[in-house]
Design a protein around this ligand. Structure first.
Ligand SMILES: [Fe+2]
Length: 444
């Protein structure tokens, strides 16, 4: 019987198993290009069911309607071969089907279930972590890795990648010291591990260590950047550090040279593009005509409503560029999704719609309205996924909106939150100063 690198059973030839290992390793560190590896394998061995299941999982968790035309035939091929597959492979196919059908929770639990039965199945842990990320389930980002860690030893292939996943989960749970240690250890194992570097960047972001973060990202980039399918997001983190340090030109340069380098061909890239420009635009910085790069990529996606997190980031581009028609389209998409039945219905109803309305209000200079829509969502925003650092855009927008609304108590409250988290941040200090000025009685 063929197995993967870590001894998990496969119903394919020994040659196909080795080639799947290559594809999986690339996927573990988000290096180009696991799908190309799988396609080359399937061209020669079209009955390799795990090849189809892996391909389906990768395409599904891109959470981008643009890949749907590839995902559906891949899933169909996997399901045709499923009767001859083993139970583990069948579970992979079922998970991808559940994700494609919009039940992100069931899909994630299915991948996680594979890892419980097969603790050395790094791929299942990774898909489950991606699921938890898109679901905003911080605790599970940590615990699904923790449950398999005792079954590993450091000599097992891929141990460093498991550490990198654990690092991110620990960070999202606020266990920053352990997260940083695990992330740095993973980078020692493999300096190409962009996910591990990313976990350390998150630690520094949450702790307000922007100057150190700039140094860390620049020092480690020669490892994680070449041939990476994920580097744009690490560059985005570097840009956030730059903004915090007041280096606006540096942040825009990163947008021009790194974050936009892929032409926003996938939704995850467009999210970062929007999130970066929005932070600058909200602060009143001139971002030139850069929003135009995001309008078409978002316009092609907004009518599908598969993930509210995407829709809210699309809304940022349409608000900042003043496209009222597209703004209405995003609201209509979210309303349609909210009336549906899949995971995205909850995301759209609870978080996506109020946030999108808050952004529209901000764009219309209705800053009190922006606060009114966004504030109640602060505490439940994890329901529509993403990381703490990504959802920080809410607090960012709230600070500015409260100040521009002239609402002194609200502005002081919002600024105090940020200062408590990032005492040394010039951006937070700037908001705190403006909030204090609002509270002072006007000079006679
Ligand atoms: Fe991140």
């Amino acid at each position: 019987m063929a197995t993967d690198l870590r001894g998990n059973p496969l119903t394919c030839s020994a040659d196909a198993a080795r080639r799947l290992d290559v594809a999986m390793t690339k996927f573990h560190i988000y290096q180009a290009d696991p799908v190309a590896e799988i396609d080359a394998l399937l061209a020669e061995q079209p009955d390799c069911v795990m090849g189809h299941a892996l391909r389906a999982g990768i395409l599904a968790t891109a959470t981008d309607k643009a890949f749907d035309s590839e995902l559906q035939p891949t899933l169909a091929a996997a399901e045709r071969l499923a009767p001859g597959a083993n139970a583990r492979e069948q579970a992979y196919i079922a998970a991808a089907r559940r994700w494609a059908d919009g039940d992100l929770t069931a899909a994630t639990e299915t991948w996680a279930g594979i890892a419980i039965t097969h603790p050395s199945d790094l791929l299942a842990v990774q898909f489950a972590q991606l699921g938890d990320f898109f679901l905003g389930q911080s605790q599970m980002l940590r615990d699904r890795v923790a449950r398999v860690l005792p079954r590993w030893d450091r000599d097992m292939p891929g141990y460093g990648y498991l550490l990198g996943m654990h690092a991110f989960g620990l960070e999202e749970c606020g266990d920053y010291a352990r997260a940083e240690a695990a992330g740095r250890e993973a980078l020692v194992v493999d300096r190409r591990d962009g996910w591990a570097a990313h976990a350390v960047a998150h630690v520094m972001e949450m702790q307000g260590r922007a100057a150190e973060g700039i140094d860390f990202m620049r020092t480690t980039a020669p490892g994680w950047s070449p041939d990476s399918l994920f580097a744009y997001h690490n560059w985005w983190h570097l840009a956030l550090f730059c903004i915090d340090q007041g280096d606006i030109a540096g942040a825009l340069r990163l947008f021009d040279e790194r974050v936009s380098a892929g032409g926003f061909g996938q939704a995850l890239e467009a999210i970062d593009g929007s999130a970066l420009l929005w932070r600058l635009w909200v602060l009143g910085h001139d971002v030139g005509d850069r929003w135009s790069l995001l309008q078409q990529p978002w316009a092609a996606r907004i009518s599908h409503g598969i993930y509210a997190f995407n829709d809210v980031h699309a809304m940022m581009a349409f608000v900042a560029s003043g496209d009222r028609t597209a703004q209405r389209d995003v609201i209509a998409t979210l309303e349609r999704a909210a009336a549906g039945g899949a995971t995205n219905a909850m995301m759209s109803r609870d978080v996506g719609l109020p946030l999108a309305r808050g952004l529209v209000a901000f764009g219309q200079d209705d800053f009190a309205g922006a606060v009114r829509h966004i504030l109640p969502v602060r505490g439940i925003a994890n329901r529509f996924g993403g990381s703490h650092a990504q959802r920080d855009v809410l607090s960012w927008t709230l600070c500015e909106a409260a100040i521009r609304a002239g609402d002194a108590p609200m502005a002081q409250a919002m600024a105090a939150e940020r200062l408590a988290a990032k005492e040394g941040s010039p951006v937070a200090q700037g908001w705190a100063m403006r909030a204090r000025a609002l509270a002072r009685p006007m000079a006679a």
